[in-house]
Every structure is written in structure tokens, then in C-alpha cells.
Design a protein around this ligand. Structure first.
Ligand code: NAP
Length: 269
């Protein structure tokens, strides 16, 4: 049985680029109307046009997910436009690349927690009554970094571990509601996030670290998310290395640390 049904309505944060953009277009191709959230209005309008070209209306709701007052407004705008909400996808996120002992601007921690974690909390709180009414789905786009630590990503890993803990707890609270909570943990995905990572000085810079494996295409990543939504899965851990790492962590955590260090080329000191 397919749980993604034509006529459903989804709100996607971080829909102006990368995974959120491609997911919006993929859902539009399945006849699902989408409300697209992000800060850049022009990019959201571009994605709206792509969704409409795929055959389904979409709307742009520009704003910053880290502003607590924005989520209730955005969710209400989506509900007003579509008459309800079946799926919330908490996908907006920012990343970093710096060893902790080299960080000069500690506001990185606050910024990553506010966007990656608190943004998801605010949107989930605002959307919950509407998703509950439809016995719908809540998605958290976390990361393999939400399952195991990764050097040069201390703030990012903390924000994604926070997401994992929050949504795992929420899933249990909601077990009698018919809502499915899906946590998605991608590995490296080929998106523009790499051009915007925050460095030790707190400024955006291109990622200059190494990546030991070829990134997954955004299309493959989104195909996996759509399939997990279709089956109402509770967890989606991407890549063979991610799945192996999660299991190995219980019996050989030091080995998983070494794999994580090698993945980003951190020498340790
Ligand atoms: N790419 C990877 O390798 C990878 C791996 C694991 C997990 N992930 C996760 O996947 C998610 C999507 O990332 P991506 O790779 O698709 O990156 P991306 O192309 O940079 O997209 C990030 C999206 O988040 C939005 N965003 C950022 N800050 C925001 C804010 N304060 N308020 C509202 N929207 C905001 C951006 O829109 P605006 O700039 O218009 O606001 C953009 O639409 C993130 O949560 C990321 O952590 C990515």
C-alpha cells in the first residue's frame, strides 16, 4: 500500500535549494501540493515554477525558521492555502567545517542549534495539530552526523544528535495518534550546502576538507526519502557505510571513530 497519495499537502522547510527543492518537485510529480519555506524568495519562486511544471500547485512562504514566531504563521499560511496539512518535512539546515580548537567565533554553536534543531522544534509544534488531524507524517532530515560524532563538525553533530533525540522521543509520545515520525540520515549528498559551510571565523566559506567517498546525487537521496514516506518508515539511514557504522558502533566504537576521521581527513592532535 502506498501512503503518498495524490491530493495530500506537504510543508517543506529549506525548499529553495538542494534536497528540499528536489523533494518538492518529486512530491509535485506525485500530485502532492507543497508549501515551500526558505529565506530566499526568488529561489522559492523558481522552485514553485518547477513544481507547477511537474503538474501540481505549490506556494512560497519566505522566512527564517530560527525565528520562533515564523513557524505558526507559515503553517497557518499553508493550511489556509491548501485546507490542511498531511506531511511536514523539517529539512532546513546549515553546516560547518572547523576543528573545535580552531573555532574563534562560538556563535556558530548558537546559529546551528537555532536553525537545525530549534527550527525543526518550532515547525513541528506549529504543524502537529494539523498533521494529527490527518494521521500524517513528520519528517526530520538529520544526518549520519546525528548518529555518530564527526571531527570538524562538533556544532553540526550536536544539532543533528539533538534532532535525533527529539524526534525519537516525540515518536514514542505520538504512538497512539497514527502519525509517522521519519528520521532521515543522509551521508554526503551533492548539494550547494558545501559552498556555504561556516568556518572557524563564523563566516560562510566553501568546504575545503576532503570527502573520502563520492557524494550521493540529490535525485538518489530524494528517491530514498520518497520511498520511505511511501512506506511510512520510522528511519532512513543512507549509504552502506552509514548502516554498517551504526551497527559497528555498538561493538567497535573506536573503529567507527577512525572511519569518521578518515571520511573528513582529520589527522587528530
Ligand atoms: N548535503 C549533504 O551532504 C547533507 C548530508 C546530510 C544531511 N544534510 C541535511 O539536509 C538538509 C538540506 O541540506 P542540503 O544539502 O539540501 O543544503 P542546501 O542546498 O544548502 O539547502 C539548505 C536549505 O535550508 C534553507 N535554510 C538555511 N537556513 C535557513 C533558515 N535560517 N531559515 C529558513 N531556511 C533556511 C536554505 O534556504 P535559504 O538559504 O533560502 O534560507 C536551503 O533551502 C540539511 O538539514 C542538511 O543538514 C545534508
Amino acid at each position: 500500500m502506498s501512503h503518498l497519495v495524490k491530493g495530500q499537502r506537504a510543508l517543506i522547510t529549506g525548499a529553495s535549494s538542494g534536497i528540499g527543492e528536489e523533494l518538492a518537485v518529486a512530491l509535485a510529480a506525485r500530485g502532492i501540493r507543497t508549501a515551500l519555506v526558505g529565506r530566499r524568495r526568488a529561489e522559492l519562486d523558481r522552485v514553485v515554477a518547477r513544481c507547477e511544471a511537474a503538474g501540481t500547485p505549490a506556494i512560497a512562504i519566505p522566512g527564517d525558521v530560527s525565528e520562533p514566531s515564523f513557524a505558526p504563521e507559515a503553517v497557518q499560511a499553508a493550511v489556509d492555502a491548501f485546507g490542511g496539512l498531511d506531511i511536514l518535512v523539517n529539512n532546513a539546515g546549515i553546516s560547518m567545517w572547523a576543528r573545535f580548537d580552531e573555532i574563534e567565533d562560538l556563535s556558530i554553536f548558537e546559529r546551528l542549534m537555532k536553525v537545525n534543531f530549534l527550527g525543526a522544534v518550532y515547525f513541528t509544534h506549529a504543524a502537529l495539530p494539523f498533521v494529527r488531524a490527518q494521521r500524517g507524517q513528520i519528517v526530520a532530515v538529520s544526518s549520519l552526523t546525528g548518529i555518530t560524532g564527526v571531527p570538524t563538525r562538533t556544532a553540526y553533530a550536536a544539532s543533528k544528535h539533538a534532532m535525533q533525540g527529539f524526534f525519537d522521543s516525540l515518536r514514542i509520545e505520538l504512538r497512539e495518534t497514527g502519525i509517522n515520525v521519519l528520521v532521515v540520515s543522509p551521508g554526503f549528498v551533492d548539494t550547494p550546502i558545501r559552498d556555504k559551510v561556516i568556518g572557524a571565523d563564523g563566516k560562510e566559506q566553501g568546504y575545503q576538507g576532503r570527502t573520502s567517498e563520492k557524494p550521493m546525487s540529490v535525485e538518489e537521496c530524494v528517491a530514498q526519502i520518497v520511498s520511505a514516506l511511501d512506506r511510512r518508515e520510522r528511519e532512513l539511514v543512507m549509504t552502506a557505510r552509514g548502516k554498517l557504522g551504526r551497527a559497528l558502533r555498538l561493538v567497535a566504537p573506536g573503529l567507527v571513530d577512525a572511519i569518521a576521521a578518515k571520511a573528513v581527513g582529520d589527522p587528530g592532535r
